[in-house]
Design a protein around this ligand. Sequence first.
Ligand SMILES: Nc1ncnc2c1ncn2[C@@H]1O[C@H](COP(=O)(O)OP(=O)(O)OP(=O)(O)O)[C@@H](O)[C@H]1O
Ligand SMILES: Nc1ncnc2c1ncn2[C@@H]1O[C@H](COP(=O)(O)OP(=O)(O)OP(=O)(O)O)[C@@H](O)[C@H]1O
Ligand SMILES: [Mg+2]
Ligand SMILES: [Mg+2]
Lengths: 221, 221
Amino acid sequence: DIELINVTKVYQLGKREVKALRSISSTIRSGNFMSIMGPSGSGKTTLLNIIGALDSPTSGYVRVGGKDISDLSDRSRSKLRLSSFGFIFQGFYLLQNLTAMENVMVPMREAGISRWDAMKRGKELLYDVGLRNRFGHLPSQLSGGEQQRVSIARSMANDPSVILADEPTGELDSESSQNIINIMRGLNRNGGKTIIVVTHDNEIAKRASIRLRLKDGRISN
Amino acid sequence: DIELINVTKVYQLGKREVKALRSISSTIRSGNFMSIMGPSGSGKTTLLNIIGALDSPTSGYVRVGGKDISDLSDRSRSKLRLSSFGFIFQGFYLLQNLTAMENVMVPMREAGISRWDAMKRGKELLYDVGLRNRFGHLPSQLSGGEQQRVSIARSMANDPSVILADEPTGELDSESSQNIINIMRGLNRNGGKTIIVVTHDNEIAKRASIRLRLKDGRISN
Ligand SMILES: Nc1ncnc2c1ncn2[C@@H]1O[C@H](COP(=O)(O)OP(=O)(O)OP(=O)(O)O)[C@@H](O)[C@H]1O
Ligand SMILES: Nc1ncnc2c1ncn2[C@@H]1O[C@H](COP(=O)(O)OP(=O)(O)OP(=O)(O)O)[C@@H](O)[C@H]1O
Ligand SMILES: [Mg+2]
Ligand SMILES: [Mg+2]
């Protein structure tokens, strides 16, 4: 379970303050499929990064499995993310000098998995997202949607219990999108994984059991 | 008018060949509103870059206003793009060390417009895409959809006669998307501009008078 209690995030820009999140409280139970929608700039990415322990709130608390994660050291938070959280970033953030296959293998090698096993699993994941002829391509040699799919494959590499996806189908056509949606539903229904998706795509949002809407940094539904 | 005659694009990756475009022929008349759809990896971005003189075909011809652009020097192609083409890139490609306002001003300053006039027009453009409180933010201080909107504003800076947009609403919610679609329709119907949009969004594609579909590097409709 992931609990957010009065989570606020304020950015300081010179004299101005940007209130990206204003006292957000919510509980995401293990195995939930949650969608987060809302206008551009309403705080969705900021919220997802805080849920996923990539960022900390300006005030308020985040508890993962009952434990307050702001009490954890940077090193423990890093370990938590590597073992339990799989991220799909809005900007992909693939390593530009590594191939599609090498990018997918990175989290596995970091978790101590052998090169052989990492490569075997990487193959399956890239097959699943429709990239079987693109293993050796660098990100600069891939289309926008292909880069997004490498990013999706990478997020599932360590079979994490929580998947945090920021607009995972933004660059995909409807057929590729349906494939990704089906993969996520499978991970949720069969794998019991918690899925938290920020999306503008109603095709994904309608599959969610919990639908959150943000507006100006607050929950609006 | 932009004419493509038997345009082919082949990438060499070691021993393998990737045929991104296979003998594409099409004419885009001045004032057309054309959409290009198709699966991820089907060649849409490659096609748009060749239409916009950012890339050259492996074989085949591109004529702009009757002139074969492969005959032009790099410098003349650069001048053509700056004066006549406005680009919205799939990856945005904003300059990370310049603010939203400065990014929008870049093409105007390159075209010799004064700082004063560039700033005045930059303000209007950023207002139009809903970013009036974000002028001074760096790209890293903007949401995904805000960065996309800066990229859209920048493409219109020099009031180009041709706008080439690669997935311009990929990161936007439906309301922000509708605003962008209305801006493009206005530029086309009132401003007489040629609009070529690569999109997965049917909301945009249905406004186009010409709808192209790509599949495996060929026109499939
Ligand atoms: N430099 C390159 N070297 C090798 N292959 C490349 C290179 N650039 C692109 N490709 C391949 O060419 C194909 C077409 O790429 P393109 O970017 O035009 O696709 P797209 O239709 O825009 O896809 P998307 O909808 O995912 O953005 C892709 O399969 C891609 O892997
Ligand atoms: N480092 C920063 N400094 C100042 N303001 C910031 C910073 N990062 C983000 N913001 C602002 O915080 C707000 C929320 O950003 P966030 O990325 O969470 O939005 P979002 O809902 O994900 O939007 P989108 O749908 O466009 O991706 C935005 O208005 C943005 O301009
Ligand atoms: Mg976002
Ligand atoms: Mg593309």
